[in-house]
Design a protein around this ligand. Sequence first.
Ligand SMILES: *Cc1c(COP(=O)(O)O)cnc(C)c1O
Length: 347
Amino acid sequence: MIIDLRSDTVTKPSTGMKEAMFNAPLGDDVFNDDPSVNELEEVVADLFGMEASIFCPSGTMTNQIAIKINSNAPGEIICDALSHVYKYEGGGIGFNSGLATNLLNGNKGRLNANQIEAAIKIDDPHFPETQLVSLENTCNKGGGSIYDISEIKKINVLCKNTNLKLHLDGARLFNAIIESNYSTKDIGKEFDTISICLSKGLGAPVGSMLISNFKNIKKARKIRKLFGGGMRQAGLIAAAGTYAIRNNISRLKEDHKRAKILGNELRGLNYVKNVLPVYTNIVVAEIPSEIDYLDVIDQFAKLGLKSVPFGPNQIRFVTHLDFTDLMLEKSINIFNSISVEGTNKLY
Ligand SMILES: *Cc1c(COP(=O)(O)O)cnc(C)c1O
C-alpha cells in the first residue's frame, strides 16, 4: 500500500465520478455548445450567487486570467509574500499582466485591511498605480490557514472605497468554508473574481473555475483562448467537476479530522521540533536543523509514505479523499518506525 500525502491533487476519480464522465453529453466548448461544461459553469456560478463562471484547465490559469482582467499595466498588485499567485505561478504576474508586485507579510498568509491600506501607493509619477488585491483562502504556504469573514468584509470595503479590484485564490476555498461560519454565497458577495480548484480536495482529475460577473467572464473567455486554454469536448472532464461539487464538499471534514490526528502524532516524535497549527487538510512538521530532513522524507518514502519538502527543515503532508483510516494508522506506524541520526535530544 502506497500512502501518498504529497498533495490533495493526487486523488484518482472514483467509480461514481467515472460513470458521470462516461455518461456526459459532449459538444465543442470553444463554440460554447458542450452541455456538460455549460452545466458546470451554471452550477458553480449559482453556488456563489454570481452571474457566470468559466471552466479552465488549471488554477494557475484562472488566477492569471483574473489578474489580467482586473488590471491594466502599468500598475501593481498587492498580495501576501506567501501567496501562490506570486510564489508558484512562474512569474506570471509580470509576464502575463505586466504588473509590479507589492508583497506584504501577513499572518500565516492572511492580510488585514490596515496593512493593505498602508501599502496602497499614493498618486505620484514615481509609483506604479495600485490596481488590485489578491487574497488566498485557505493559504497553502500558511499551512492551510483560514480567513475570518469579518476581515474579508473590511478588505472589500477598503477596496471599494479606494477603487481597487479584489480577487480570491480559492484553490482550497471549500476547506475554509467547511470549517467556518460563512457560505459560498457570503464569499461571492465580497470579491470581483474568485478562482476555485476542482482537482484539489474535491477529487476531480482536472480543472478550475473562475467566477465573476457576465462582463468579466466574457473577457476571461478571450484571455483563456489567448493562453491556449480553449478546450473542445471538455465536458468529459467538466462532468467530473460537477460530480465533485455535488458529492465531495461536506466530506472534507474527514480530511481535516485525519490531518489533526497526523499533526498530534508528529508533535510527539523526538525528531520533530514543531508542528504548525493544523487548520484544515495541511500538516507541516518542522525538523530540527541538525537533522537531515530530506533523509526523513526518504525514509518515509522507503516505507511507503510519500511527503514533500516544504521549505528549509519543513515536511508537508496533505490529507485527501483517497487517504483512509487504515492509511492513517499505517502512517502513524511509519512515523514511529524510522530511526533518525541525532535524535538523542528531546524537542
Ligand atoms: C494548487 C493551487 C493553485 C493552482 O494550481 P494548479 O496546479 O495550476 O491547478 C492555486 N492556488 C493555490 C493556493 C493552490 O494551492
